[in-house]
Design a protein around this ligand. Structure first.
Ligand code: MF3
Ligand code: CO
Ligand code: CO
Length: 318
C-alpha cells in the first residue's frame, strides 16, 4: 500500500503554505457519513472525526476515489500520458504547417490518422460513441465536435483542431484554434479572448485552488471582453480514460467545488463565443453550432496538478 501524501510534503515547503490554508475548506465539506480522508473506507464519524486535523494521515488517492470517483495519477501513469501528449502537440504543429485555403477537413483527418499509425498511438475519437473520424475539426461558428469532411477551408476561416491519442492505454487531449490565411478583426478577437481565458485559468492551477476557481477565472475574463462562455461542454478528468470525473466547467464561483490536489490530471478547454452562448447540435448528432452563427473558438490542454503548481502534459504557448 502506497500513500499518496504529496500535499503533506507540499505543506512543509515554503511555496505551498498558503495553499494549505485553502485546503482547510475541503475539511468543512466532509460530511460525518462520508469516506474518511485517511482512506480506510470507513465513515468519517466512525474513523478520524475526533482526531486533530493535523494528525489524520490523509490518503488523497483513496479519499478522492471514494468521495469524488477521481483517480489520481502516479508518476508511471503520468509518463505515459506525457508521451501521448507530446505526440498530440507534434500533430497539432504538423496540421498548422499544412493549413491553407483549399485544404479539406478530411485531409486533416487523414494526416492525423496516419501520424497516429506511424507513431504507435490510437486516435481516441475514432468510433468513440459512434464518432466517425480520428480528429474533431470545428470551423467558424462550429463550437466543437465538428466531423471532418469534403468541405474546403477558405481564407479568413478559423478552425479548431482537437486531437486525443491513446498510448499504452493512457490518454492525452489537446486542441488549438488556427487562422486560415488572413483573419478578420472579429476572428482575431475571439481567438485572442479564448487563449487569454485559458491563460487566466492556468494561473490558478495549483493545490488548494478549487474547480470553481478555474471556471470563475475563465468566465470573468471572457465576459469582461464581452464574449460568452459555452455551458454545455466542459473540461474533464483524463488519462486512464477519455472522459473521467471530475467535470471542469468553464464558468463558476470562486472557492466552489473540489479542491485541487497533486496527481489530478484534467483538461481545461474553454469554448468562447463572440455572441450569445446558446448552441444547437446538428442532425449528425455531433456538430455543435452557435445559435446566432457567430464565431466560436477553443483552446485545450491536459494539465497535471503538481506540489507547487501544474505541468501541462500537452504544452504549447498561448
Ligand atoms: N476531444 C474532445 C474533448 O476535448 C472530445 C471529442 S469526442 C469525439 O473532450 F467523439 F467527438 F471525438
Ligand atoms: Co477534452
Ligand atoms: Co479535446
Amino acid at each position: 500500500m502506497r500513500r499518496l501524501n504529496l500535499l503533506r510534503k507540499a505543506y512543509d515547503s515554503e511555496v505551498a503554505r498558503e495553499n494549505w490554508h485553502m485546503l482547510k475548506d475541503e475539511w468543512k465539506k466532509i460530511g460525518r457519513n462520508e469516506p474518511c480522508p485517511c482512506g480506510n473506507g470507513k465513515k468519517y464519524k466512525k474513523c478520524c472525526l475526533h482526531k486533530d486535523t493535523e494528525d489524520i494521515p490523509i490518503d488523497y488517492k483513496k479519499w478522492y476515489k471514494q468521495k469524488y470517483d477521481i483517480r489520481l495519477k502516479e508518476p508511471e501513469d503520468i509518463e505515459k500520458i506525457r508521451f501521448a501528449g507530446n505526440l498530440v502537440i507534434e500533430t497539432l504543429d504538423a496540421v498548422e504547417a499544412a493549413l491553407r485555403p483549399g485544404l479539406t477537413t478530411d485531409e486533416i483527418n487523414t494526416m492525423v490518422h496516419r501520424f497516429a499509425e506511424t507513431h504507435g498511438v490510437v486516435p481516441a475519437p475514432l468510433n468513440y460513441r459512434g464518432f466517425p473520424k480520428s480528429v474533431c475539426t470545428s470551423v467558424n461558428e462550429v463550437i466543437c465536435h465538428g466531423i471532418p469532411g469534403p468541405e474546403t477551408l477558405k481564407d479568413g476561416d478559423i478552425i479548431n483542431v482537437d486531437v486525443t491519442y491513446i498510448y499504452q492505454g493512457f490518454y492525452a487531449d489537446a486542441s488549438k484554434t488556427y487562422f486560415v490565411g488572413t483573419p478578420s478583426p472579429e476572428a482575431r478577437r475571439i481567438v485572442d479572448v479564448t487563449a487569454e481565458s485559458l491563460k487566466a485559468a492556468m494561473e490558478l492551477l495549483k493545490p488548494g485552488s478549487t474547480i470553481g476557481d478555474i471556471g470563475w477565472a475563465i468566465q470573468r475574463y471572457a465576459e469582461s471582453r464581452n464574449c460568452s462562455v459555452v455551458r454545455e461542454f466542459v473540461g474533464h478528468g483524463v488519462g486512464f480514460d477519455f472522459h473521467e470525473p471530475p467535470q471542469i466547467p468553464h464558468f463558476g464561483k470562486k472557492g466552489q467545488g473540489v479542491t485541487l490536489v497533486p496527481g489530478m490530471v484534467f483538461t481545461v478547454e474553454p469554448m468562447i463565443n463572440l455572441g450569445k452562448p446558446d448552441l444547437f447540435v446538428a442532425d449528425d448528432g455531433w456538430t455543435a453550432i452557435t445559435s446566432d452563427r457567430q464565431l466560436s473558438a477553443q483552446f485545450e490542454q491536459t494539465f497535471l496538478i503538481t506540489e507547487d503548481g501544474f505541468e501541462s502534459l500537452t504544452p504549447y504557448e498561448l
